[in-house]
Design a protein around this ligand. Sequence first.
Ligand SMILES: [Zn+2]
Length: 68
Amino acid sequence: MSGNWQPFERSWHDTEVVNCDVCGRLIPTRAWVFDGGEGQLRACSPECEELYFSYVVPRHGETPGGRR
Ligand SMILES: [Zn+2]
């Protein structure tokens, strides 16, 4: 675990929608921010950080350049 919770500082008229970078779910009030290796990612929970490193990264490594 390397991330931390970061609440959104947004005004009442801010309609920006933030989605989890791992599972794509809508993040309502605070994001779990962690270093994904190539930059910071915003996830909906620490579980998604685990999911990212146990599933997304290994799969991505199997097909270098294949997802571009
Ligand atoms: Zn998520």
